[in-house]
Design a protein around this ligand. Structure first.
Ligand SMILES: O=C1NC(=O)NC(C(=O)O)N1
Length: 311
């Protein structure tokens, strides 16, 4: 049977599938369900220093080809997730989990990361540089100067393994510029992509979600070509020590296969997980294994990053 195990930053995972931040990860109950599923790990909902209620509802909708959301970073606050993770790593020291976080300002981001640095947390940190849904707050990673400044400040004190959650880029020069920044820092992974920001879904004559007059992040089938392009663009450009997590448009084992073919070492599932529940992990894993078996691939490394060009 082909193996779908993987490693990120030297941590072993028995499966290369996990949730995407924001989906099935707001509460400890949800996180335990993902942990106890066929998923190889989980990432928490992006934590801010204090709990947040987020944007007015309705703020999330599943739609036929994907999803639209303008949650606005609702979460239980850093302490809730960090305390849970510290307890979990004592209960299950052989597994590794991800903590997603961001501050509502650069100062708050440093406050949060200093708390994580000073804690006994042994997992992986995912710094969310790409939330599109806090009114008045731009997606950080679209501002290259701010991003470089922030990362320079972070790595002056943060020594635990850290990766960044990126928005989709749509310009080759932006891939070049972003990769050049990330290559300057001891980043362990980049996660491509967050939702495509500020899409608009219309039902009859009305928007589908309340916040921002209906503008929200788009996920699902709509975004797989963009997600694969970002995975591969950074795979081509980043120092090999920086691994790629692929997120966006994963409905089937075929989609997961394509993310890995484009260079991903881990694949995250968002919209499909929201629609189907944690049983999606076992289904997608079996579908991926069937594709690998058909092609004679024993491990992910047999095909990871080996996308073929037409010459
Ligand atoms: O980074 C995020 N991406 C999204 O698509 N939505 C959430 C949110 O709005 O909280 N955050």
């Amino acid at each position: 049977m082909p193996s779908t195990q993987t490693q990120i930053a030297g941590f072993q995972f028995n499966n290369c599938l996990m949730n995407a931040a924001g989906v099935a990860c707001m509460t400890i109950a949800e996180l335990e369900e993902v942990k106890n599923s066929a998923a190889g790990s989980f990432v928490t909902k992006t934590a801010t220093l204090e709990p947040r209620a987020g944007n007015p509802e309705p703020r999330y909708r599943d739609v036929p080809l994907g999803s639209i959301n303008s949650m606005g970073l609702p979460n239980q606050g850093l302490a809730y997730y960090l305390n849970y993770l510290l307890d979990l790593q004592n209960r299950e020291p052989e597994r590794t989990f991800f903590l997603s976080l961001v501050g509502m300002s650069p100062d708050e981001t440093h406050t949060i990361l200093r708390q994580v640095q000073e804690s006994g947390f042994t997992g992986l940190t995912e710094l969310n540089l790409s939330c599109p849904n806090v009114p008045g707050k731009p997606q950080i990673a679209y501002d290259f100067e701010t991003t470089e400044k922030l990362l320079g400040e972070v790595f002056a004190y943060f020594s635990k393994p850290l990766g960044v959650k990126l928005p989709p880029y749509f310009d080759i020069v932006h891939f070049d510029q972003a990769a050049a920044i990330f290559n300057k820092f001891p980043i362990k992974f980049v996660n491509c992509v967050n939702s495509i920001g500020n899409g608009l879904y219309v039902e009859d004559e009305t928007v589908a979600i309340r916040p921002k007059n209906g503008f929200g992040g788009i996920g699902g089938e709509y975004i797989k070509p963009t997600a694969l392009a970002n995975v591969h663009a950074f795979y081509q450009r980043l120092n090999p020590a920086i691994q790629i997590i692929g997120t966006g448009g994963v409905l089937t084992g075929r989609d997961a296969f394509e993310h890995i073919l484009c260079g991903a070492s881990m694949v995250q599932v968002g919209t499909t997980l929201h629609k189907e529940g944690v049983s999606a992990f076992a289904r997608i894993t079996e579908e991926l294994q069937a594709i690998m078996a058909e092609k004679g691939y024993e491990t992910l490394e047999d095909f990871r990053g080996k996308l073929k060009y037409l010459g």
